[in-house]
Design a protein. Structure first.
Length: 325
């Protein structure tokens, strides 16, 4: 019997363990790769706050958003066609109607969120805008309550810490809050919706096609609205072409696509934590490029907001049930 088990079952068991180990290593590498993609997206977005702020020197917020979204969608067109040619068998399993529906829904969400953000950046600093926007990390699990999901205790602690941080960051000595801060906070709520919409549609669609459709949807809406409300001139767009190109090619065409691709292999909570690093990058970028500084009070508020973001995404202890992901 000893020879029987040694000669047949042990090698087979070893083979199975080797296969399982290979799968585990592959999954681990996939998660690491996805995390790096999301971190790169966060860095690009952090610097994009500077481009968005500079762009307001040349044109209105709707014009800026319309131009950058249309550029972002156009940049992705060659990639979409290339993927269609290379992955015909894979893409056949994806229903085009779902991709279009997801792209339009994501486009509506990002259009609304980015418009409020762009208007808010006109009246606040790049660093403050980055940290207020990062509140979507706390807002995402709270919105889960409306989906009949219980929020863990750490979510409420994080929400309280974020509220105190927001008070220190946004409320001045005269106990008033800036107009720009209000708009950016609304933007954070809308970006939370955008994350939940992406989480729903990205596993069912091709990420690059979804991203391309969302940009054209948002771009056409913003540009149409700008023609009515802002009446943009071509010389304005040409004068602000540098920030538009960065926001369109890097922030839209590349970073948002990295987000959609990266989220496929990660839980929404983990993805949100990595993406929240854009708030830190925005402060550094605003300080280095624009010379914008924050007071000690505002920096402490930033620290509280960032601590809340990290707390909400901390893994649950073994044996505890996590309702919000």
């Amino acid at each position: 019997m000893k020879k029987f088990f040694t000669g047949n079952f042990v090698p087979e068991a070893q083979s199975m363990r080797a296969i399982e180990g290979g799968v585990f290593i592959t999954m681990k590498k996939s998660r690491i790769g996805s995390s790096l993609l999301l971190f790169l997206a966060a860095c690009i977005w952090g610097v994009a706050f500077v481009a968005q702020s500079v762009g307001m020197d040349y044109m209105g917020p709707l014009t800026f958003n319309g131009a950058r979204f249309l550029i972002g969608g156009t940049v992705l067109l060659p990639v979409v066609f290339s993927r269609v040619q290379k992955k015909k068998n894979t893409l056949r399993r994806i229903e085009p109607a779902v991709t279009w529906k997801g792209g339009v829904c994501c486009g509506l969400a990002i259009c609304a969120a980015s418009t409020f953000q762009q208007i808010g950046i006109m009246d606040t600093t790049v660093g403050k805008a980055g940290f207020i926007t990062a509140l979507y990390i706390v807002i995402v699990p709270v919105l889960g309550l409306f989906l009949h999901k219980k929020a863990a205790g750490k979510v409420w602690i994080g929400a309280l810490a974020a509220a105190v941080g927001m008070y220190l960051l946004c409320i001045n000595e005269s106990f008033s809050i800036g107009r720009g801060d209000v708009f950016v906070f609304i933007c954070a709520i809308l970006f939370s919706v955008h994350i939940l919409v992406i989480d729903y549609f990205s596993p069912k669609t091709d990420g690059v096609a979804l991203s391309c459709i969302q940009f054209y949807t948002a771009g056409l809406i913003c540009m149409t609205a700008s023609l009515i409300m802002e009446k943009p001139a071509m010389d304005q767009i040409l004068a602000g072409m540098a920030p538009i190109l960065y926001a369109g090619v890097m922030s839209c065409g590349i970073a948002y696509t990295l987000q959609i691709i990266g989220q496929k292999n990660l839980e929404p909570a983990v993805a949100s934590l990595i993406l929240s690093m854009e708030s830190v990058v925005s402060v550094l970028a605003g300080w280095v490029i624009l010379g914008q500084e924050l007071s000690e009070r505002e920096l402490f508020g930033c620290a509280l907001v960032f601590a809340a973001v990290i707390l909400v995404q901390m893994p649950e202890r073994k044996g505890s049930k996590q309702d919000i992901h």
